[in-house]
Ligand binder design. Structure first.
Ligand code: BDR
Ligand code: CA
Length: 310
């Protein structure tokens, strides 16, 4: 049976592939998409989610906007990677998918209430929407199977030396979600930097030959060029769909049960995730943290899903 999923995201080039993987993979039953300010301002990430769904013919999944800023901090976007509209590269077609009028937290609530089984939340942006949901609807948390988050790192960061972007934008939200008691899985840069968009990967996606793949290739050319300029990586890492892959095919991602905390106060390290892999702190484990990826299996899964779309 396919796993019911709500995808909370901030498209974003790699978020687009997360949406497409969730929509195209038979192991995932995508019930809702919610958007958050992150890679771009909320108006852009919401518009982009509608575009991404429209391009792929994903027309029956509601798309609702959530938080336009972090819980306590000022929103900083990732323009240097994703461009001024957060989805730089291709000309964006007018979306045929409308925005759902509900707030993201309300759509999440309604989706959970309508489900007969528990639902998995996959989050591929700052955790603001999920933290707000935790605060507003604590009585609904038992309907969440688990939260799988693309963010953080067991090692170095990408927006500061120690902070990964999604964690750095809203570390307070990470702390709220970590403390809410719902099983939590983190997939960080230590793993996502293995999924590089090489010329070979680009060739595979281009060879699919459908509209979604063609649009995706345009996205990836832009993404690789900004990753080269901004991060010195000419083959950019396609982070976000790995969180969906973990739900669709858990055997693709190795995880360890460990202690995870997030730095809220550090003058140089705010937003850093502290992963106690060697149990030096003696605190109870509170998360599953990804440590490995079957890279070939991941690309196979993504290619197969893209082939299912139009
Ligand atoms: C994360 O930051 C964003 O720019 C990407 O979409 C991904 O979610 C990687 O650090
Ligand atoms: Ca993202």
């Amino acid at each position: 049976m396919a796993t019911p999923v709500i995808l909370d995201c901030d498209p974003g080039h790699d978020d687009a592939f997360a949406i497409w993987l969730a929509a195209g993979d038979p192991g995932i039953d995508l019930r809702a998409v919610t958007t958050v300010g992150g890679n771009g301002r909320l108006a852009h990430t919401t518009y982009n989610a509608r575009v991404v769904c429209s391009v792929a013919g994903v027309t029956s999944v509601p798309v609702a906007a959530g938080a336009d800023r972090p819980l306590r901090r000022t929103l900083t976007t990732a323009e240097s990677i994703h461009g001024a509209n957060a989805l730089g590269g291709p000309e964006l077609p007018e979306p045929t998918v409308a925005a759902d009028p509900r707030d993201a937290a309300v759509l999440i609530r309604d989706t959970l209430d309508a489900a007969t089984e528990q639902v998995t939340i996959v989050a591929t942006g700052p955790l603001t929407n999920i933290a707000l949901f935790v605060r507003i609807y604590p009585d609904r948390l038992s309907k969440i199977q688990r939260i799988v988050w693309l963010g953080g790192s067991t090692g170095r960061g990408n927006v500061t030396p120690y902070a990964e972007f999604n964690a750095w934008v809203d570390p307070e939200a990470v702390a709220v979600v970590l403390g809410c008691g719902v099983p939590f899985t983190m997939i960080g840069l230590n793993v996502t930097h293995q999924a590089l968009v090489t010329p070979q990967v680009l060739g595979r996606i281009e060879a699919i030959g459908n509209r979604t793949a063609a649009f995706g290739v345009e996205l990836l050319h832009f993404y690789n060029s900004t990753y080269e300029t901004d991060q010195g990586m000419p083959d950019g890492p396609l982070h976000d769909p790995i969180a969906v892959a973990l739900v669709a095919r858990p055997e693709l991602v190795t995880t360890v049960r460990t202690r995870l905390d997030v730095e809220l106060l550090g003058t140089e390290t705010a937003g850093a995730t502290s992963v106690d892999l060697i149990d030096k702190l003696g605190r109870p484990a509170n998360a599953d943290v990804a440590t490995g990826l079957d890279v070939d299996g991941f690309w196979d899964l993504l290619e197969a899903a893209l082939r299912e779309l139009r």
